[in-house]
Design a binder for this molecule. Structure first.
Ligand SMILES: *Cc1c(COP(=O)(O)O)cnc(C)c1O
Length: 296
């Protein structure tokens, strides 16, 4: 199993005419390149949880996610590298055929336990998993150790070159880490990929340092809701790839890239802005799309 390769992270410039015309520079921080399975931000959010589990002498990690969850696969792979046993509590009834994501997680040694959607919502932990040898990581790594890990993301670029930092928002853990690592010269914009999720603002507020106000969460680019998409998003992904050679995933980063392009068009960013878009990985989720949908 490959180790995490931080040295693979690059900052790629997007030299699109429509950005140049607005006098805006756009770069992409390629966290997607650190590992084929532990994609992008998931490693950053997991690392301090795993350190803590080791400190507490725990042998196994338990976490939560859906059938196509980047977090589940990343946890399975990270546990394999870090020599923990891993258990995934998966939302929904056990299917007759596993998703490719769960198939891979299982191959990596993760034990899968399915619980129905109601119990999942209530975060009911099956009794057989309520043992003291287990270390629990919240869904998506939401919580202070996740934020602390995400706050090290910007160590992998020259952050003072940028005026704006933009990322996709699920639980808001990564956004909170980026906000905490930012200076007062930065403005951070988070693009929520969920529909009707106003709680995200207070969830993020709970995780950021009290004095931080240099950020905004935008709710207009969910394309129908979490893991939902429209043909417009798919054609955007394909054209974006052919123009930049940067692949995106339809759940998170495609909505982010789309949003930033649209916001530039609508003059959300002032002339002279230097934008860093965080490519947070997640490409494996595209396996849930019908073959041939994407050109990459
Ligand atoms: C999980 C994930 C996110 C969301 O991160 P949060 O910290 O939960 O907001 C964004 N992008 C990708 C690719 C992800 O897999």
């Amino acid at each position: 199993m490959n180790e995490i390769l931080y040295e693979n992270i690059s900052v790629d410039d997007l030299t699109f005419d429509e950005f140049n015309e607005k006098n805006i520079r756009v770069s992409v921080l390629r966290l997607d390149k650190i590992h084929p399975l532990i994609s992008g931000n998931k490693w950053f959010k997991l690392r301090f949880y795993l350190d803590e589990a080791r400190k507490q002498g725990k042998k196994s990690i338990v976490t939560f996610g859906g059938a196509w969850s980047n977090h589940i696969l990343a946890t399975a792979a990270a546990c394999r590298i870090e020599k923990f046993f891993s258990i995934g509590i998966i939302r929904g009834e056990a299917p007759t055929t596993l998703s490719l994501t769960l198939e891979k997680a299982k191959e990596l040694g993760m034990q899968l336990t399915f619980i129905n959607r109601d119990e999942y919502k209530q975060k009911n932990i099956p009794p057989q998993l309520q043992a003291s040898e287990h270390f629990f990581i919240p869904e998506g790594g939401y919580g202070d150790p996740g934020v602390k890990g995400a706050s090290t993301i910007l160590d992998h670029c020259n952050k003072e070159e940028f005026s704006h930092i933009c990322c996709a928002v699920g639980t808001g853990t990564m956004l909170a880490g980026l906000i905490n690592a930012s200076s007062s010269n930065h403005f951070i914009t988070g693009i929520s990929v969920l529909k009707n999720n106003p709680e995200i603002d207070s969830n993020v507020r709970l995780l950021v340092n009290a004095n931080k106000k240099n950020y905004e969460i935008i709710h207009d680019y969910h394309f129908g809701g979490y893991a939902k998409y429209k043909p417009e998003l798919i054609s955007f992904m394909n054209s974006y790839y052919s123009r930049s050679n940067i692949p995106s995933d339809f759940v998170y980063t495609a909505k982010l890239f789309f949003a930033i392009a649209d916001l530039i068009q609508k003059n959300y960013f002032s002339s002279g802005s230097r934008i860093l878009i965080v490519h947070s990985g997640g490409l494996q989720g595209n396996d849930s799309l019908e073959k041939g949908t994407l050109i990459f």
